[in-house]
Ligand binder design. Structure first.
Ligand SMILES: [Fe+2]
Ligand SMILES: [Fe+2]
Length: 376
């Protein structure tokens, strides 16, 4: 019988072994017998058994010693003792030390012995099942850990790819917007680079004010595009070196509205359009601002920031009718109109920036990378 249940009886009295064999003949199990502890250990090293039942008093190796050895070599085997009342003290001690699963006393009751043996097999099955489950759990844990590691790696990898794709797209977007701004500035030799510098100054002011990356980026883009509406103004008006007539001045004043109209239909620039529309509003809501005479916080914040940056850039650049002005004149102008034309918090942020970085940042021609700037 392969994989069958096997019990090994150990007793130095052949009669006991014979009667046990007789008793268990009808049971579905192999019954092996040994007359000494040594013989029992020899059998167990050859034949797997689930249960060992031994007498205590035997010449040479005692039952307790045998079960100790079995426990050490085959811990999965259920160990029992079949012994007379005279040996009971030893047997109980062995139970208490955890050497023995159960004790059967001689003379035994047949039904009880059969039942006890069956229970021992059930106990063996249970131990086996627990062992198997532990093994399965361990294996599943290993596999899960492995899967987790792979998954984490994949997620990391994909996130990295996405981030780099995203950055590529944003860079292409900024480059496109930059090209548009350059086209505007190119209409007038004197304003070359104006839009880019306004974008840079405005984003620096926004960062100084402690805003998020997303907001700083929006301010930069809006700065780049603030004068995009000048595309729609006649070159002769834009480049006119003399004082403008009233009609010409009104034509120039249409550029924020024209700019917003250009940007509105472009999905990814739609939120920039209002920032462009309002970049010439006055903070006090007076009619010196245009086009809507908006006031205070109703004016989009990027527009208020851009107005400061725009003024600084214009005053510190040469114009056909005047040279670039020194920085203290610029500071005086901002100071004078802070609260009327300009939002004071934007002016203050610009002054802090100037204090810390000095005026060199206004004139620096260093290539500006908005993402390096935001992340750095
Ligand atoms: Fe403008
Ligand atoms: Fe401008």
């Amino acid at each position: 019988m392969e994989n069958a249940r096997t019990v090994l009886f150990v007793d130095d009295e052949p009669n006991i072994l014979k009667s046990v064999q007789r008793l268990l003949r009808q049971e579905e199990m192999n019954v092996l017998c040994a007359s000494t502890g040594e013989e029992a250990l020899e059998i167990l090293s050859q034949t797997p058994a689930q249960v060992v039942v031994t007498d205590q008093r035997m010449p040479e190796m005692s039952g307790v010693d045998l079960l100790s050895a079995v426990r050490e070599r085959h811990p999965e085997i259920i160990r029992m003792m079949l012994t007379g009342f005279t040996e009971i003290k030893v047997a109980v001690e062995a139970i208490n030390r955890g050497e023995i699963y159960r004790l059967i006393t001689k003379p035994w009751n047949d039904d009880e012995l059969r039942a006890t043996i069956r229970q021992a097999f059930e106990q063996a099955d249970l131990k086996d099942e627990i062992k198997r489950l532990n093994r399965v759990t361990r294996e599943q844990n290993f596999r899960l850990q492995d899967m987790n590691r792979n998954l984490e790696e994949k997620v990391r990898e994909r996130t990295k790819q996405l981030a780099s794709k995203h950055r590529e797209l944003r860079t292409a977007y900024v480059q496109t917007v930059g090209a548009l701004a350059e086209a505007v500035d190119a209409k007038d030799a004197y304003t070359r680079g104006h839009s880019e510098r306004v974008g840079v100054y405005a984003s620096k002011i926004a960062r100084e004010m402690g805003f998020s990356k997303e907001f700083i980026e929006r301010v930069y883009i809006a700065g780049l595009l603030h004068d995009v509406g000048k595309i729609g103004i006649r070159d002769s008006v834009i480049t006119k070196p003399d004082k403008l007539t009233r009609e010409e001045y009104e034509e120039i004043q249409a550029h924020p509205e024209i700019g917003a109209k250009i940007l509105e239909p472009v999905d990814f620039l739609a939120d920039i359009a209002p920032c462009v529309r309002h970049h010439h509003e006055w903070y006090d809501g007076s009619n010196r601002g245009y086009p809507d005479m908006m006031r205070g916080d109703a004016i989009p914040l990027p527009s208020r920031i851009i107005l400061v940056a725009d003024t600084v850039e214009a005053m510190t650049s040469d114009r056909p009718y005047r040279k670039a002005m020194p920085i203290d004149l610029v500071v005086a102008e901002l100071d004078k109109y802070s609260g009327s034309q300009f939002d004071p918090t934007c002016v203050e942020a610009f002054f802090r920036l100037l204090d810390r970085e000095g005026e060199c940042f206004i004139r620096s021609e260093v290539k500006f990378d908005i993402y390096e700037f935001i992340e750095g």
